[in-house]
Design a protein around this ligand. Structure first.
Ligand code: ANZ
Ligand code: ZN
Length: 831
């Protein structure tokens, strides 16, 4: 018998499937003939030089098994793929290897595509898109122009995050723990002219939309927190110059406005803190107070990371002025500290050390007063001591040990004493002349990059007309070929040096004008690629409304958790905007999100070059075949769990596939192919149900183990197997190991068409029910026998059987007074 040779059969079937186009979704919605559509999406890849890795494989295989299953269930499935080809990874690779990014990108895509295909994916390659293709980015630019026309893209100069290594500005979302999301370099602040997208205008919609999505709760919560809606109050504290004034008098007239979510604690505000970048400081003549100036200077130069990391709070008091607490009318000191950030709220806070942890630390360090104004209700009620005593103990406890940040009733708060903080909150706000305010942590999206390899922003700067949109008929604004594409580091894009590209006529007045030279961020092309898949070759629209209507929303989106507050947020924003403009038919892009866990190296560490623990999928395919790679990857553990790769594991899966091959090819089962065995049918039908439900619920690992169990059963009973059993088994195997299944289906079991065009088998519910169930039979609550009875037997049947049984009869001394009956479990006779 020929040996199982995955390399041989896999390549063969891959080209067979491609030739027969069996995974191509119909190009016209009308062609679906009443089948329900399912749009299965996986995050498209950066075509990097290193190729694809296990991190790509995991969602791609999951999406593939899922898509194959849905097709077999009679759905019209679209499972497309493309390339996120613009952006830093491609550009950095190109710089490092001295090849032009347009060239290296083509090479890298070729390689990544070869890899993806080697995994036996049922992708519809007729829909392939590449974000750096002018036919694609024409529409990225077009969407930008729609945003611009709607007032949602604007230019402004601001203090932005800057990566000194990648030499480009970054969006807030691209700064992870103070470091550049791409290269891990500590991010700096830089004042620059930038393009922004007004994502904050969509804060409420982005929050509201989450409610209707079938997404993991944790992903929703992360987006919610990132948007960071806070209901609070703006309250003004007037500034009172002191006799010891060391700064210019005129400069300090006025007020400091704070943003607080706890206006109920204002009687406990014992000092104010302003950020080192606060506007008040520029009004003060800081030359006079050299110390303050020095503090602010060093804070500004501290990287974001160091500001966040600093355990010990630092600060400096602005001597010579005080603020007046509008509730207590007392004068309180004003401090500068970098624990208050300039870009949230008003950049200044009222510090309530008794009820805010950070303020507490600060007050302790600088011996500032702590006034307790909120006490918890419950503790006093529980202890039953005199309230005053408890209050005293509580107050001392808060002052000396720890803040109390919870809910409670007010003390030391004048006429508000005794009220619950929650209810008094807005009354107090009114009392101090403040106003209610909504704030978000979300910031407008810094949208320009000072790099070469991205979509040119389709804007022209005219001396007379100012900012002018490139007319839609002139799109795409093509990225000009250049010799030098390295970042300049000056804050200007390399495009700025290409004079004949930069200098243009103004489309409005015909006068002298210059092109915008910044490019779009990586996240632009990926914000709408799933729309383009529906109609990838359309050159009149980004996609036809008919096709969008047919395919949207994406039914299931497989992807990683690292995109939660980047790509997933950005693309929801674009989609919601396009929905408002009536360009897309659904309010949200992705109905369901399925997140996968990391695959760690065999040593349990994150796979990385420096760790030397990378398992290269190419090598695994070479050694064990794609089917083994796929099945082992799925078998590693629950899809959402982080799991280490185990080399022994893949050997086991490979052996399983070998055994399948042997069993089906042996033909031994054919000897008795007429014999009907109820037991085998029952096992098989149970597996049909179980594996189907597992795939539907993304439990791929248990689906694989069910197949393994099934094989064990088959091997032990091969003499009772019929062709139909083997065929059913092959159908169940086919989403997981598509090549082996196809080989067995067509070449051994001699079916005429592809196994991947077959319907998913149905199971007979009658066969699945366990026919007998153990009933516990008791007398007066004592177990006297355990009897297997037909499943779902009713009370009368169970009682008849029990009363006829010797073990029970013996104990039935008197008449039965009462019967307790629990179906399929228990019969208790009370005598
Ligand atoms: C007084 C207070 C008392 C506060 C109290 C909290 C507890 P969220 O929920 O995140 O919006 N805050 C305001 N602006 C800040 C800034 N720029 N940098 C650092 N902290 C700032 O948090 C709002 C709270 O964070 C505000 O409410 C303010 O402290 C602080 F018992 O004001 B609170
Ligand atoms: Zn003009």
């Amino acid at each position: 018998m020929t040996k199982y040779n995955p390399q041989k059969i896999e390549r063969k079937w891959q080209s067979y499937w491609a030739k027969k186009k069996i995974y191509v979704a119909p190009s016209s919605p009308k062609a679906t003939k009443g089948k329900a559509k399912r749009y299965v999406l996986v995050e498209f890849a950066y075509p990097s030089g290193a190729g694809l890795h296990m991190g790509h494989l995991r969602p791609y295989v999951a999406g593939d098994v899922y898509s194959r299953y849905l097709r077999m269930k009679g759905h019209e499935v679209m499972y497309p793929m493309g390339w996120d080809a613009f952006g830093l990874p491609a550009e950095n690779y190109a710089i490092k290897h001295g090849v032009h990014p347009s060239k290296s990108t083509v090479e890298n895509i070729k390689n990544s595509k070869r890899q993806t295909q080697s995994w036996g994916m049922s992708l519809d390659w007729s829909r392939e898109v590449t974000t750096s293709d002018p036919n694609y980015y024409k529409w990225t630019q077009w969407i930008f122009l729609q945003l611009f026309k709607a007032g949602l893209a604007y230019e402004a100069t601001g203090l932005i995050n800057w990566c000194p290594k990648d030499k480009t500005g970054l969006a807030k979302e691209e700064v992870i723990d103070g470091k550049c999301e791409r290269c891990g370099t500590a991010v700096e602040k830089k004042e620059m002219r930038q393009w922004y997208l007004k994502i904050t205008a969509y804060a409420e919609k982005l929050l509201a939309g989450l409610k209707n999505l079938d997404w993991p709760e944790s992903v929703k919560v992360q987006q919610e927190n990132w948007i960071g809606r806070s209901e609070g109050a703006l309250i003004r504290f007037s500034i009172a110059p002191q006799p010891t004034l060391t700064i210019r008098r005129g400069a300090v007239a006025g007020e400091i406005e704070v943003f607080t979510t706890r206006p109920d604690t204002i009687f406990g505000a014992t000092f104010l803190v302003i950020a080192p970048e606060h506007e008040l400081l520029s009004r003060l003549n800081l030359d006079i107070d050299e110390e303050i100036r020095a503090y602010c200077e060093q804070a500004k130069h501290k990287t974001l990371l160091r500001r966040q990391e600093t355990k010990e709070k630092t600060g400096i008091e602005i001597r010579g002025i005080k603020a007046i607490n509008p509730a207590t009318k007392e004068e309180i000191p004003i401090w500068v500290s970098d624990y208050v950030s300039a870009d949230y709220g008003t950049g200044s806070i009222m510090a309530v050390p008794a009820h805010d942890e950070r303020d507490f630390e600060f007050a302790k360090k600088y011996s500032l007063p702590i006034t307790v104004v909120v006490l918890p209700y419950t503790r006093s009620i529980q202890t039953g001591t005199e309230p005053e005593n408890i209050q005293k103990v509580e107050i001392e406890n808060i002052k000396n040990e720890a803040t109390y940040e919870g809910k409670g009733y007010l003390i030391n708060s004048g006429q508000f004493n005794g009220l619950s903080g929650e209810t008094a909150k807005w009354e107090i706000t009114k009392f101090v002349g403040g106003k209610q305010e909504l704030k978000y942590k979300l910031r407008d999206w810094v949208f320009s990059r000072q790099r070469y390899w991205g979509e040119p922003i389709p804007i022209i700067h005219c001396e007379t007309c100012d900012i002018v949109a490139v007319p839609e008929k002139d799109l795409p604004v093509k990225l000009p070929p250049v010799k030098k594409y390295e970042p300049t580091g000056t804050g200007e894009s390399p495009l700025a040096a290409i004079k004949n590209w930069v200098n243009v006529k103004c489309p409005q007045c015909g006068g002298l004008a210059k092109r915008e030279t910044n490019t779009m961020p990586q996240w632009a092309g990926s914000s709408w690629y799933y729309l383009r898949y529906t109609d990838p070759k359309n050159n009149k629209q980004f996609a036809s409304p008919e096709k969008l209507k047919h395919w949207l929303p994406v039914d299931v989106y497989f992807g990683g958790s690292e995109h939660t507050t980047l790509h997933l947020l950005y693309s929801r924003f674009w989609h919601q905007f396009l929905y408002d403009q009536k360009y897309v038919p659904t309010p949200e892009p992705y109905a369901k999100r399925v997140v996968h866990g990391l695959i760690l190296g065999p040593d349990g560490e994150k796979m990385s070059k420096s760790q030397g623990n990378i398992v290269n999928p190419d090598e695994v395919v070479k050694q064990y075949g794609a089917d083994a790679l796929r099945m082992y990857e799925l078998f590693l553990g629950p899809h959402e769990a982080t799991v280490p790769w185990k080399t022994e594991g893949i050997v086991g899966v490979s052996r399983f596939l070998n055994r399948v091959w042997k069993l089906v090819r042996s033909g031994k089962w054919q000897v008795n192919s007429e014999k009907k065995d109820q037991n085998i049918d029952r096992i098989l039908h149970k597996a049909i149900k179980k594996i189907g439900e597992d795939i539907e619920n993304y439990r791929f690992n248990t689906g694989v183990s069910e197949l393994m169990k099934l094989l064990n059963e088959f091997e032990s009973q091969h003499l009772s197997l019929a062709t139909s059993h083997l065929s059913l088994f092959t159908l169940l195997l086919s989403p997981f190991a598509p090549h082996l299944a196809e080989e067995l289906w067509q070449n051994v079991l001699k079916h005429r068409t592809s196994v991947h065009l077959e319907p998913w088998p149905t199971y007979d519910p009658k066969l699945i029910i366990e026919t007998r169930v153990d009933f516990v039979i008791q007398i007066n609550g004592r177990t006297r026998a355990v009897m297997p009875l037909p499943a779902d037997s009713d009370e009368a049947v169970a009682r008849n059987a029990a009363e006829a049984d010797e073990r029970i009869k013996r104990h039935l001394a008197g008449p039965i007074k009462k019967v307790i009956f629990v179906k399929n479990k228990l019969l208790n006779l009370i005598i």
